[in-house]
Each structure stands twice: as structure tokens, then as C-alpha cells.
Design a protein around this ligand. Structure first.
Ligand code: NAP
Length: 286
């Protein structure tokens, strides 16, 4: 397939489609005196994480939602972080909680994620949220995996019966997107750092999801002609995990970075927060 025939999967278009459906719902909530509110927690001063958190807050405000930002120093203890999360759990004006990953070494990230109340776990990071997603009935599947699925859906790219190869097995990305593809009837291979002969496995894929965290990792000659390539990676300098230029030649469809999976992830986070506000806009007492 020549480069000109490759479909560029426009994440901004997919994100705009998701956000367009939120305006009326946010207005409906406003009539009831409810403003969907996302609380973001940033621990430490990693510049990339700070940028992601800022982008999420700005996206909330643009839609007329509220965003509370909790910034904690890098030397925060697990107990202090858990206490901050519990405060947000108890705050009836907060509908969704996002703890920016990764937290500094020395904090037990799993313990912190588990402190998030399930009804506010809008990024599907708790074990219960993960399990619900694996079973296929999560209210809030992890946002980046959900974004990958939303892009496939928007462009009506078939998943059923296709061989999907996911590179990466993190609990917030590789594993949940593998589960979602499996639930959508793909045949899924999940690869990781100990996978033997990764290029040969990727070459078998009809759908490739890159979730590695290494810039330009996926090479052009790994891609089977006609495959769909989704790059969930986001590395410093706006660089994805896929060597985009090299993969264009063989891919039938591909997400760019930026303007691919990233904006859809944010739109999905907003949608989940609105979903949560509609569900629990008035909180029952604990
Ligand atoms: P992570 O927790 O570091 O996981 C990376 C995964 O890649 C691990 O499973 C690791 O395998 C695997 N891996 C590392 N080197 C490999 C190799 N040489 N061959 C095959 N697999 C290899 O990262 P993450 O949190 O899942 O994030 C992955 C990427 O997605 C990053 O670029 C991140 O910035 C991006 N991301 C983007 C968004 C978005 O909104 N677009 C959101 C979240 C994350 P092991 O398990 O064996 O170590």
C-alpha cells in the first residue's frame, strides 16, 4: 500500500465527536445545580506530568466543567497521598478523581490507586475497575484503552476476528486494552519486555497497539501491509512509540502523535466525569 492511501486516524475529530455529545448533558446537569467536577492529583514536579494535568484541567473548563487541582510535593508519603484521596472521596462536589501516573518512587502507587472510591474512579485504575473492565461491564474503563477502542469504533475499523498485538502490559494501558480488544472478539497477543522475537509477532497483527513508553520503538518493517496501527505512546517532545513515517508505508490506517490517541484519552476522561456526575450528582451519605 502506498503512503497516500494510508488513512490517518484523526484523534481530534474523534475527541470532538465525544465532546459534542457532552455539552447538552452538562447543560442538563447545570439546570439541576450540578457542575461535573474532576479532581486531578499531581505528586512531584515532573514537567510532562504537570503538562498532562494542566491539559486535563483546561479541557474541563472549556466544556463548562470544574477541575480541582491537588499538587503535592515529591516527598509526600503514601499515607499523606491516601489521606488526600480520601478527602476527595468524601467531597460531594467531586465526581471524578485522577491520580497522575507515575507517582514518585517511594510512594506505593497501587495503595494510592486503591484509595480512590470506585464511583469516582473515572480512569479505571482501581483493581475493581480493572476487573470490571476485564469482565466487559466497567462504567469507567481506563481512558487510554477506551480511547483506542473509540478510534477503532469511530472509523468503523473491524475488530472481530482480527489478530490484535498489544505491545505493553501495564495495568493502566496494555492489559486493559488487551481485555477490551478480547471483549470485542479480537484474537489478542500481549507482548512485553521479555517477549521473544517481537518483530515477528507484530508482523502477524491486523491491529497493532503500541503502549511501550519508548520513542519511535515500532519499526516500519514490523508492520504487515494493511494493518491498523494505534500509537498510545507519548514521550517527551510529542513523540509516539511508533516510528510514524516508517510505518506509514505498510499501515492501512495509523494514529499520529500528537493528535492521535492523546486527545481522545482526555475527551474520554471528561465523558466519564460527566457520566459520574449524572450518576452520583447528589451523593448518598457514606
Ligand atoms: P509502562 O508502565 O512503563 O509499561 C510499558 C510496557 O512496555 C511494559 O509492559 C513493558 O514490559 C513494555 N516494554 C518495555 N520495553 C519493551 C520492549 N523492549 N519490548 C516489548 N515491550 C516492552 O508504561 P505505560 O504507563 O503503559 O505507558 C506506555 C506509553 O503510553 C508511554 O509512552 C506513555 O506515555 C503512554 N501513555 C499515553 C497516554 C495517552 O493519553 N496517550 C496515557 C497513558 C500512557 P514489562 O512489563 O515486561 O516491563
Amino acid at each position: 500500500m502506498s503512503q497516500t492511501e494510508t488513512l490517518i486516524l484523526d484523534g481530534n475529530a474523534v475527541a470532538d465527536g465525544i465532546k459534542a455529545q457532552l455539552f447538552a448533558r452538562i447543560a442538563g446537569l447545570a439546570e439541576k445545580g450540578i457542575t461535573p467536577c474532576l479532581a486531578t492529583i499531581l505528586v512531584g514536579d515532573d514537567p510532562s506530568s504537570a503538562t498532562y494535568v494542566r491539559m486535563k484541567g483546561n479541557a474541563c473548563r472549556k466544556l463548562g466543567m470544574t477541575s480541582i487541582r491537588v499538587d503535592l510535593p515529591a516527598d509526600t508519603t503514601t499515607e499523606e497521598l491516601v489521606a488526600a484521596i480520601r478527602e476527595l472521596n468524601a467531597d460531594k462536589s467531586v465526581h471524578g478523581i485522577l491520580l497522575q501516573h507515575p507517582v514518585p518512587h517511594g510512594i506505593d502507587e497501587r495503595a494510592a490507586f486503591e484509595a480512590i472510591a470506585i464511583e469516582k474512579d473515572v480512569d479505571g485504575v482501581t483493581m475493581l475497575g480493572f476487573a470490571q473492565n476485564a469482565f466487559g461491564f466497567a462504567d469507567y474503563p481506563s481512558c487510554t484503552p477506551a480511547a483506542v477502542m473509540a478510534i477503532l469504533d469511530y472509523y468503523q475499523l473491524p475488530v472481530q476476528g482480527r489478530h490484535a498485538v498489544v505491545i505493553g502490559r501495564s495495568p493502566i494501558l496494555g492489559k486493559p486494552v488487551s481485555a477490551m480488544l478480547l471483549n470485542a472478539d479480537a484474537t489478542v497477543t500481549t507482548c512485553h519486555s521479555r517477549t521473544t522475537d517481537l518483530p515477528a509477532i507484530v508482523k502477524l497483527a491486523d491491529i497493532v497497539v503500541a503502549a511501550v513508553g519508548k520513542p519511535n520503538f515500532v519499526q516500519g518493517d514490523w508492520i504487515k501491509p494493511g494493518a491498523v496501527v494505534l500509537d498510545a505512546g507519548y514521550n517527551p517532545g510529542n513523540v509516539g512509540d511508533v516510528d510514524y513515517e516508517a510505518c506509514l508505508a505498510n499501515a492501512a490506517a495509523i494514529t499520529p502523535v500528537p493528535a492521535g490517541v492523546g486527545p481522545v484519552t482526555i475527551a474520554t476522561l471528561l465523558k466519564h466525569t460527566v457520566d459520574a456526575a449524572e450518576k452520583f450528582g447528589t451523593y448518598r451519605k457514606e
